[in-house]
Design a protein around this ligand. Structure first.
Ligand SMILES: [Mg+2]
Length: 96
């Protein structure tokens, strides 16, 4: 399901011209971060609907990136979620 969303996000972005020129990975990651910042601003305004919309933008940019690179995001999410189940409480004393 997630890998299908990655393919679809990439296909849509491609059709809108967002992949006409190759973008550096660092720029793509900065743009993902910009969506996180937009989510933060929405939260600061108490705008829950916009907060969720910006979180969706984060996911869509990640999906697009993984779709373009044919990364198996779905497998890695499942693998990481399973790994997290067995990590220690607060990962050994971290605060965040
Ligand atoms: Mg946005």
């Amino acid at each position: 399901m997630i890998n299908q969303l990655c393919k679809e996000a990439y296909k849509t972005a491609q059709s809108k011209g967002w992949h006409d020129e190759q973008m550096e990975t660092g720029t793509t990651l900065a743009l993902i971060h910009s969506e996180v910042s937009e989510a933060l601003e929405a939260d600061r305004k108490g705008d829950v609907e916009n907060l969720v919309e910006e979180l969706a933008d984060v996911c869509i940019r990640v999906f697009d990136f993984c779709g373009m690179n044919e990364y198996d995001l779905e497998h890695m999410i499942l693998k990481k979620m399973e790994k997290n189940k067995y990590r220690s409480y607060k990962h050994g004393g971290k605060n965040y």
